[in-house]
Design a protein around this ligand. Sequence first.
Ligand SMILES: *Cc1c(COP(=O)(O)O)cnc(C)c1O
Length: 396
Amino acid sequence: MNIDPHSFKEIDPGKRILMGPGPSNVPPRVLQAMAAPCIGHLDPEFLGYMNEAQQLLRYVFQTKNPFTIPVSGTGSAGMETCLVNFIEPGDTVLVCVNGVFGMRMSDLALRLGAELIQVNAEWGRAIDPEDVRRAAAGRDLKILAVVHAETSTGACTPLNDLADIAHEAGALFLADMVTSLGGMEVDIDRQDIDVAFSGTQKCLSCPPGLSPVTFGPNAMEVLQNRKSKVPSWYLDMNMVGKYWGARRKYHHTAAVNMIYALRESLRLVAEEGLAKRWERHALNHKALVAGLEAMGLEMLVPEAERLPMLNSVWIPEGADDIATRRHLLKGYSIEIGAGLGDLAGRVWRVGLMGHTAKPRNVLLFLSALEATLRKQDVRINSGGMEAAAAVYEEAW
Ligand SMILES: *Cc1c(COP(=O)(O)O)cnc(C)c1O
């Protein structure tokens, strides 16, 4: 079979403002780091970058855990890693579900033969710790799992009470921090989290492809004392850990250029400083919400339970979901996210993650949305941009 090589043009996607649920905009320095020469994954130069990437990951996770590595694969690979290494058939696993990613963890737990206890909250709400306490009472729990930042809705579940409940039940506390890491407070050691995973393309503003995970001392003990082999070869952290550990024993080829990218994105996080970065996300979120509410739009999640980096807003009456998103993308190069599950066609998900969380993006989005909705004769108030700008002016 022949093909005409000239029919394939150079890749030129153009620039977008990525205000969806991820990926977020990638800073030029990160793209540049990725373009460095690919070298051997056991080359001493590369081993140095790996060590530095690990040091930087411990900083963003705020942990001393020696086992802190980026798993090859996206956030879901990190999720699978965290479940497949700790669950053995018949283990009782409690999963909190208030959106898509909690459901994904339940699905995985069942595939691994766990006895599943599911604690639900309405989509768009935080998990109520009292519900978890009741469900955990008298049960021999192996793992209690929760999504810190539920990107499918924009709800934040506080972790402190849940960590206590998990540990009182003798269970490992596992948190999905894919969207929270780098955008709001994550402190693995202080929050008493035994197992956590994240992703590169949300608030770390790195392309998708790696999933940082961290295991605490209790988790390492459980892993080392498994009765059965980890059922996944690729994600068996006993083996992968020997490559990231002192011996550098080959397991699979590291995603060399992705590790360059991660290291650079983490360097940017460290230069900004975690506290400043969390504040920046909070401020841009506050301005966005002020703008949307001034336009007469309403948020899905109650104020006290909102995430800074993912903002679900009800689609106003008379607005066409698909036409609006298409127009924002075509006319203004702005991508926003659609609703998922029962919320499909009812909310938009506006991301302010990492490098994207900036005043100029918030202000441009508000004015672009206003113009787009007016064209559809949707009744909205003017003054969205002004309300957002006022939030910035007050903070500065
Ligand atoms: C994005 C996301 C995931 C899945 O990550 P992928 O990179 O899409 O595989 C898991 N959990 C949460 C909370 C997420 O936001």
